[in-house]
Design a protein around this ligand. Structure first.
Ligand code: 13P
Ligand code: SF4
Length: 311
């Protein structure tokens, strides 16, 4: 609490007063997921941001997600509890370098993961999320050459799965990169027969041990539908909160990093958002996402293609 304020009650009061909707990603702290109006994966959250009739979107996720909300809903006030909530994939892909890479390959289109800056979206042809990438890729003519960025693991996974060659930008998510194959094998030996669900941002040496590979919403659905009582989860461990809520009797275990536990796989950017910062953001309508209109319109073109091709 902030000086004895009942923060949850204050957030509720402010959400009504401001006609705000609180959107949260599955990697947010449990207490944020529980008070959000909607929790989802990157595609679901973009759709919600595009469709909401709220005046304010309080985005509990990382900056590229809040920027996406602003690009799709420019007339709304979009606030992010902590403006430093970035993403290692975004950091790995500076727009000038991406523009130079594109210029070296003028006969390629740029199919780009939503985990990037608005500038990189503006330099791209079509945006994808992990839940929509395969569907979108299948609609691109086979002879069309493709650059895929910034996540080389998602790009590599798609290339292996579809047999389609793509030029990959060398970015990684530091969270999914931290899983250890050795520790995962030890954990599997301890829980014989327990399936592994992995996010495609994981390196191939993790994905290769997975019984299911998909986006956060896909992994969540798999956890609800599976027959067994134990699941090893190779993605950011805060998603386990939703799994336990849906299936309280099942055993969900976060895949380990090199130290043998899953705490090193907490996304440090997602973790910057707290209840206290959300309260202050709703109170002050700051920090706020602002974007130059020319940039927004260019970024919107590639995002609109995603929404059309994913539907
Ligand atoms: P999804 O929720 O779309 O699977 O994205 C995962 C992620 O890493 C978001 O930063
Ligand atoms: Fe970026 Fe990885 Fe964190 Fe998602 S989990 S926001 S991809 S660093």
């Amino acid at each position: 609490s902030l000086n004895g304020l009942d923060l949850l009650a204050e957030i509720d009061r402010l959400r009504k007063e401001r006609n705000a909707v609180i959107l949260a990603h599955y990697y947010q702290r449990p207490e944020i997921q529980d008070l959000a109006d909607f929790v989802g994966d990157s595609l679901d959250l973009s759709r919600k941001a595009a469709d909401t009739d709220a005046d304010v979107i309080a985005f509990c996720g990382v900056r590229f997600m809040a920027e996406t909300a602003k690009i799709l809903s420019p007339q709304k006030t979009v606030i992010l509890p902590d403006m430093d909530a970035g993403c290692s994939l975004e950091d790995s892909c500076p727009p000038e370098q991406f523009a130079a890479f594109r210029a070296e390959h003028p006969d390629h289109i740029a199919l780009t993961y939503i985990n990037c800056s608005a500038e990189v979206k503006a330099l791209s042809d079509i945006i994808v999320t992990s839940s929509s990438a395969e569907k979108i890729l299948s609609q691109i003519p086979p002879e069309q050459k493709i650059i895929f960025g910034p996540d080389r693991h998602l790009g590599g996974y798609l290339a292996r799965k579809t047999g389609r060659h793509m030029l990959l930008w060398p970015g990684v998510c530091i969270v999914h990169e931290a899983f250890s194959e050795t520790e995962l094998l030890k954990l599997k030996a301890k829980h014989p027969g327990a399936p592994v669900a992995a996010h495609p941002e994981c390196p191939a040496y993790i994905v290769d041990h997975a019984d299911y590979v998909g986006s956060t919403s896909g992994i969540l659905k798999y956890s609800e539908d599976m027959d067994g009582d134990t699941l090893i989860v190779a993605t950011e461990p805060h998603i386990i909160h939703q799994m336990t809520k849906a299936k309280p009797d099942k055993n969900f275990i976060g895949a380990p990093g090199a130290d043998g536990n899953c705490n090193c796989n907490i996304c440090p950017y997602m973790a910057l958002n707290t209840i206290e910062k959300l309260y202050i953001a709703l109170r002050d309508l700051e920090p706020r996402i602002e974007m130059e209109e020319g940039l927004r319109l260019k970024a919107k073109t590639s995002l609109d293609r995603m929404l059309a091709m994913a539907s």
